[in-house]
Design a binder for this molecule. Structure first.
Ligand SMILES: *Cc1c(COP(=O)(O)O)cnc(C)c1O
Length: 336
């Protein structure tokens, strides 16, 4: 499907600024039941332009999760604004919504960026009730209904990354999705510099049609990709709960309703993660520390603890049963 879609774009001669980008934008707006979407060249670009479109300027404090991709800090810093991290809740990968609100009040921030980390949804209601403007980073996933559809956009904007390994892969790329026509217009305007004044604000944040065609393929299969991930996560749970006792604090990821299984992570508080990763690799299994931290330990001790404890196991829609058994056996061998 992907090969054919890319070949068609190549043959069409419209490699950029063509109808694939426009149709991806339409599909994304549909996915979130939102007014519109603007395709962007990267996730970090989407975040930067969404923040700018929502009024973040030099010096503006922006509340962000402490256990998160360094892209978040970079998008904020690129605007001369100030990232203010909130620590994870104890034993969780996301902050408590009430902590996000408290931090925003403390630093007088009007806006918070929220990440549904590893596909695990954050409840936005307390943030909206407190009057915060919310940008939802849905690069790992968006809150998902039982019926196999995403729930409509709740934040003031959603941003996505279409980097190759994300939930929706396009090689590179990103998007801003919103119901706010002013934000749509300003993100669209900020996306490129052509025929506009030289101000150093508008760079080149466009996505091309080859990337859009790839992202569209994955988007059109999103419910089945999400389902395939959930099946594999359920299999991990079943096999791992048989073999990994809650020995030494080892725990499997929480099964919150509405979560997407972007990553399957185990917590190994009494093991040296680098050593486990090397041992897994020697048994033919590539694992990862999913986040490399940018926050100080003093500001976010829980994020640092999480970073030192969480191991991400292979999880993708085409992961086979035999491969999954290899992962489970390798982990059993190392942890026992
Ligand atoms: C990958 C990622 C980004 C950055 O996206 P790029 O397309 O790599 O710039 C931002 N936020 C989250 C949560 C991500 O996982």
């Amino acid at each position: 499907m992907e090969t054919k879609a890319v070949a068609e774009v190549v043959q069409s001669g419209h490699w950029a600024g063509g109808e694939r980008v426009a149709s991806l934008e339409e599909s994304l707006a549909g996915l979130f039941s939102a007014r519109g979407a603007v395709a962007i060249g990267s996730g970090v670009g989407a975040l930067r332009l969404a923040l700018m479109g929502l009024g973040v300027r030099a010096g503006t404090p922006v509340v962000v999760p402490g256990y998160s991709c360094v892209a978040l800090a970079n998008a904020v810093l690129a605007l001369g604004a100030r990232p203010v991290p909130v620590d994870c809740a104890v034993g969780e990968v996301n902050p408590n919504p009430s902590e996000i609100v408290a931090k925003a009040q403390q630093v007088e921030a009007f806006l918070a960026v929220v990440v549904h980390t590893f596909g695990q949804p954050v409840d936005l209601a307390p943030l909206k009730n407190a009057g915060l403007i919310v940008v939802e980073d849905c690069s790992h996933g968006m809150p998902w209904n039982q019926d196999g559809t995403p729930r409509p956009l709740e934040g003031d904007a959603a941003v996505l990354s279409f980097y190759a390994t994300k939930l929706i892969g396009g090689g590179e790329g990103g998007a801003v999705v919103t119901n706010d026509t002013d934000v749509l217009e300003s993100v669209l305007d900020l996306r490129d510099y052509t025929d506009k004044a030289a101000m150093g604000v508008r760079l080149n944040d466009k996505m091309n049609d080859l990337e859009a065609a790839l992202a569209q393929c994955q988007l059109s299969r999103l419910p089945s990709l999400v389902e395939a991930r959930a099946e594999r996560a359920a299999r991990y749970r079943k096999r791992l709960s048989e073999m990994v006792p809650s020995k030494a604090g080892t725990s499997l990821p929480p099964e919150y309703p509405g979560r997407i299984w972007y990553r399957y992570t185990v917590r190994l508080p009494s093991f040296d993660l680098d050593r486990v990763m090397a041992q897994m690799l020697a048994l033919g299994v590539q694992t990862a520390r999913p986040v490399s931290l940018w926050v100080d330990r003093a500001d976010c001790p829980e994020a640092h603890r999480t970073e030192s404890e969480i191991l991400s196991l292979p999880l993708y829609p085409t992961l086979g049963v035999v491969e999954q058994d290899t992962v489970v056996s390798a982990l059993r061998q190392i942890l026992s």
